[in-house]
Design a protein around this ligand. Structure first.
Ligand SMILES: N[C@@H](CCC(=O)N[C@@H](CS)C(=O)NCC(=O)O)C(=O)O
Length: 257
């Protein structure tokens, strides 16, 4: 039996994405929590600081979308990148990587304004979720809003965003683009089976509600999205996010019933 380890912190959308690939494949794996302020403690000196890192039998690789291809090579069942749909998947995967996943970080981009209360509460909750796996000192938790704002990889994302577009306009645009990619379903791109696309987007739409960052499962207010979330959820465990179960606030199954 292969040894499979996924290194990362569950507050990273890319880590949640690779986790959902593994859950969908139905392969046993170990989640190795990484402390974002001291990544080498878990990753060692040879893997750098970026997560997720997927390690299979002592070989390790970066880049979440690459993980889908690697997993298909090793475990062909339940393909994440089915041959018949590669062109469509490549196209939507680019949108997911360049637009959808980066939009999640927009709230943390330093726009020159003082940190507002909403951002502070969100950042403190994120620190609590991280702490459930890799306990952070109280002083670090307290400074989490500032630390997020200063994180170099988040600042780099700002270079690829149109910061003239308002936060609300960006959210609406990305949601509209998501709807167009859902097409007529049943899965993203109009594909008849779940692929890496569905598994990359799904956890990002549900985790905030499940773990106390959002009061409502807002994506499910749209009937097409709700039906798609329900379909994808049937291929995954109740908590596919890697966040510690004891931190869960809301039931996804109830919100989708
Ligand atoms: N393109 C990468 C992006 C991964 C990424 O940006 N990870 C962030 C966490 S959300 C990270 O590790 N940042 C810290 C660093 O790069 O040192 C992927 O898809 O895996």
């Amino acid at each position: 039996m292969r040894s499979i380890k996924l290194y990362g912190y569950a507050t990273s959308p890319y880590v949640r994405k690779t986790a959902c690939f593994l859950y969908y494949k139905g392969v046993d794996f170990t989640h190795v929590p990484v402390n974002p302020v001291d990544p080498t403690a878990a990753l060692g000196d040879d893997k750098g600081t970026q997560v997720p890192v997927l390690e299979i039998d002592n070989e390790w690789r970066l880049e979440s979308s690459e993980h889908a291809h690697w997993l298909d090579e090793l475990f062909p069942e339940n393909p994440l990148y089915p041959l018949a749909h590669q062109k469509k998947i490549d196209e939507i995967d680019c949108w997911i990587s360049d637009k959808f996943l980066t939009s999640i970080f927009r709230f943390a981009i330093n726009d020159g304004n003082p940190i507002g209360l909403d951002f502070r509460f969100r950042a403190w909750r994120l620190a609590a979720l991280v702490s459930a796996h890799t306990p952070l000192p109280e002083t670090v938790r307290h400074k989490w809003p500032e630390l997020l704002r200063e994180a170099p990889f988040i600042q780099q994302m700002a270079n690829h965003m149109d910061l003239n577009e308002s936060y609300d306009d960006m959210r609406l645009r990305v949601f509209t683009e998501l709807l167009s990619h859902l097409s007529d379903g049943p899965y993203m791109g109009g594909i008849d089976q779940p692929t890496m696309l569905d598994l990359a987007v799904f956890p990002q739409l549900v985790w905030g509600y499940m773990f106390g960052l959002e009061e409502n499962l807002s994506a499910a207010m749209h009937t097409t999205v709700k039906a798609w979330l329900k379909r994808v959820s049937e291929h995954l465990p109740n908590n596919p996010t890697l966040i510690a179960d004891e931190m869960q606030i809301n039931s996804l199954a109830e919100a989708l019933s």
